[in-house]
Design a binder for this molecule. Sequence first.
Ligand code: NVA
Length: 317
Amino acid sequence: MKSTSQPLENFLADDQLSKAQILELIALAIEIKNNPADYNQVLAGKSVAMIFEKPSLRTHVSFDMGIAKLGGHALYLGQQNGKLGERERVSDYAKNLSCYADAIVARVFENSAIEGLAEHASVPVVNALCDLYHPCQSLADFVTLAEIFAKDDLQDLSKVKLAYIGDGNNVSNSLMLMAALIGVDFTLVCPDGYGPSQVMLDKVQTLAQANGSVFKFTTDINNIGQQDAIYTDTWVSMGDEDASMKETILKVFAPYQVNHSLMDKAGASIVMHCQPAHLEEEITTALFDDEEKSVVFQEAENRMWAQCAVLTTLLGN
Ligand code: NVA
């Protein structure tokens, strides 16, 4: 596939991408998924260093296996080196890894660590989740939405209506930024006090207006409106755990649980979740396991193809 957009240098935050770059990545992910053999030498002789400050199942495995499918080599760096910036400076970490690796994938606590890595590395850096963004997840989710709602023409993606219900977090930030960039109507429903920052809301609103889509933020679950897809994520993200808050969180978020009755009310045909799911909290077991409506494992698989598309774009010739 011939690229017509600006070359990608890193993959750090959704709003650092253009609409054309996102659509090309989605199309490439689907192309690699359909024809993996055509891409099995894209990373031949190349190595990717993967830093994980936080636990991971899908991200770790999908990067590792995806890199193998592209003919490359992945190295997992767990928490043995402690928090980034503690044992040695983030800049030194980035410069050292750049001596050996052709790309750096990092899951970190703070976005500033991702930015520091990208600033000082001489190789591309991929954000594998931080406190503010989870762009690999949002890309995989739009690949999934494209497969379901825009099979014949990727442009149909902009007709999808997507709602996220729950905690305003890294996953919702990335989803709403990507939605706004590609012109997808997005409704964000969070309990009062659990929404994103005003800076993030303003950024999304500006992008949505520029791309002709509607972005709505509400704390009233009855304002959910009509949707094609409903998305939810944990009410407490990694790094935010505070046992003393658990009771309050369960109480405040209870009306925001995603279940069959909410799906019916919104007329939504699919439910999405980045996982891990906290069953009977943000989503009912019955809905999570509903094979007609739940696309959670399609999303999980698409993590791998989306990331293959990112690495192919960053490192392929
Ligand atoms: N918001 C969640 C996503 C996990 C994939 C977290 O950061 O823990």
